[in-house]
Write a protein that binds this ligand. Sequence first.
Ligand code: NAP
Length: 288
Amino acid sequence: MTTVAVLGTGRMGGAMVGTLSRAGFDVVAWNRSSGKVEHVAASAGANVADTPTEAIRDADVVVSSLADDAAVESVFGQTTEALHESQIVLEMSTISPVTTRRIGERVLARGAGYLDAPVSGSVSLVEAGNLTIMVGGDGATLDRGLPVLDALAGKILHVGTLGAGATMKLAVNALVHGLNVALSESLVLAERAGVDRSEAYEVFASGAAAAPFVLYKRAAYERPDDTPVAFSLELVAKDLDLILGLADDVGLPMKQATINRETVDEAIRAGLGEHDLSALAVHLRALS
Ligand code: NAP
């Protein structure tokens, strides 16, 4: 049986533990803080490791789903030396292409395989095994990683060499975070002008703008108080910083992403950083 170590049992990593366990993998989970991992592992029938090094010891595949570059640097700083040839690492966090290349090269130097394999889609799509995963790295390693990736994804796109997955993830999130700001403004515009919230959303979900994001975020926008957080505004801010950093590196002015970053920052300053990204609409509603 293939053993998968999942490093990070936050919203995405925790849901991955459940999906991979249901798909028949032997899963061992590690998380920085212990309460969350105990709960996730108990409900999935997975094992818990006390350290990331212990988690990867007997793993065939290592899945990393951590908040940001600093978290990934910290965890792989502790574990890279313990990796060996028969293992592969799937880096699924949204981090900078520079960081993923640097860590990937250290992992490859140990003889292990490495793919940057960030994901598009949120918790509900992890649970359904229906993420879109964009992969950077070599094709032979991708073949070895496919059983695990297939369990999590409806679509796997090999977009280039090491770092290309991380690059594409920033490009697609520039689009998603733009959509989130536009959806929030459009919804509150319709409400302010007297249209019922659900009626307005029904139009968005039925018309030209009915992207999967608009469809699966419906409950969060319509009933923000009753819907669990899937993607925090703090992580949106982190993504937009990475996006603007990449834009700077390649000399591309991104005016819309710059305004979106400011809008998210306003909501965070209003105390909504831990809230779901759909809380931008809540923030706009409060600005009367
Ligand atoms: P989350 O719920 O906030 O979980 C973050 C995870 O990172 C937790 O396990 C946290 O551990 C860990 N962490 C943070 N700082 C750390 C550090 N310095 N050292 C070790 N561990 C650290 O985040 P998430 O929503 O699951 O997102 C995980 C990744 O997937 C992020 O890169 C995010 O951008 C990306 N992503 C998220 C979504 C989404 O819809 N949520 C969609 C696509 C991609 P503690 O529990 O100890 O804090």
